[in-house]
Ligand binder design. Structure first.
Ligand code: PPS
Length: 335
């Protein structure tokens, strides 16, 4: 892959073409005010995310040096963005002056199909990507198979974050509820409706287990290409996992840094309690429809216990056992 390759030419995608593509796709509601998801390349996307995804697929050119965070929504993306930003920039901006003091993590690590491509540009235009210095820190919620070809074939590295499905679903429910309340359009969703959709695989970028398992498999087959991280592991043993991340991106901590406490400083700075309380994350919006604070809710393992009925617990447990059987993957459900 040519490391100097640049964005493919605009225009992104025409409305006409999009309508043609949409017509041919299966559709389903998912318990949020009758909003529809469309089934594209084996996964479910909202209408606006489909348009952005198509643009992203067609136009993005990866650099070998790119570091791309991937994962389903609500599985620890914001946390990993913070940690990765600090690991990569630790020489030029130490903890006391780091970029997270003045920027929300999503403003430092762009979500490709959310911030860069599509109709509602909030931050940079696609050309801006070419101006970012290497290594570029980027992110996407896309499953593995629909990723732009250059991501799959270049030497860029993927850091996958996942979380147990019980907490991921609970977090998604609260996030969507906050979005509906902010927009003042329609009724807030019901937990039981989102639960049923989730079990049927119908949530944005779902099916959940298929998303997780393709990256899991890739991480076993190509460990230099895909690093697989679990939210619960990061909570349990942040030091080891921070070291894994730093090694994976080719910037291991030196013994001197370890003895100076750099790892602990990064963990502490990015801890839920600290980062949630930063002024920059407490007020204002990201684009127009997300409140910055909605990306920091409880930050715990096991909050699902406050939402699941015994019947839901049984159903999700059975589904998880069925999907993960023989894969070697398991999740921790309580702290
Ligand atoms: S998004 O919209 O996909 O970017 O959301 P994502 O960041 O993947 O997930 C949001 C959940 O992660 C929690 N969070 C954190 N946990 C621990 N430490 C830190 N620093 C942190 N930052 C965000 C956030 O609170 C959401 O989980 P819930 O369970 O809803 O609290």
């Amino acid at each position: 892959m040519n490391n100097n390759a640049t964005q493919k030419e605009l225009p992104i995608i025409s409305q006409e073409e999009l309508e043609e593509i949409k017509k041919a796709l299966p559709k389903s509601s998912w318990g949020v005010n009758g909003r529809e998801l469309l089934f594209y390349q084996g996964f479910w996307f909202s209408e606006s995310m489909l348009a952005r995804t198509l643009s992203f697929q067609r136009h993005f050119i990866a650099r070998d040096s790119d570091l791309i965070i991937t994962g389903l929504p609500k599985t620890g993306t914001t946390w990993l963005k913070s940690l990765l930003h600090m690991i990569v920039n630790r020489e030029i901006s130490p903890v006391t002056q780091n970029g997270l003091l003045k920027n929300h993590p999503h403003e430092l690590v762009y979500t490709l199909e959310g911030d860069i491509y599509g109709e509602a540009f909030a931050y940079p235009q696609p050309q801006h990507l070419d101006e970012l210095p290497s290594p570029r820190l980027l992110s996407t919620h896309l499953p593995y198979a629909p990723l732009p070809e250059s991501i799959r074939t270049s030497n860029c590295r993927l850091l996958y974050t996942c979380r147990n499905p019980f907490d991921a679903l609970t977090s998604l429910f609260h996030f969507v509820t906050a979005m509906v309340e902010k927009s003042n359009v329609g009724e807030p969703p019901r937990f039981e409706d989102i639960f049923e959709s989730f079990c049927q695989g119908k949530t944005p970028n779902g099916p959940f287990f298929e998303h997780v398992l393709t990256y899991w498999k890739m991480s076993l087959e190509q460990p230099d290409k895909v690093l697989f991280l679990k939210y619960e592991d990061l909570k349990d043993d942040p030091v080891s996992h921070l070291k894994r991340v730093a090694e994976f991106v080719g910037m291991p901590f030196t013994l001197f840094e370890e003895s100076e406490g750099v790892i602990d400083q990064i963990i502490e700075f990015c801890s839920f309690g600290n980062i949630k309380e930063l002024e920059v994350n407490k007020t204002g919006d990201l684009k127009t429809f997300f409140e910055k604070k909605s990306f920091f809710r409880k930050g715990e393992v096991g909050d699902w216990k406050n939402h699941f009925t015994p019947a839901m617990t049984e159903k999700m447990t059975e589904l998880m056992e069925e999907k993960l059987r023989g894969t070697g993957l398991s999740f921790k459900l309580i702290p």
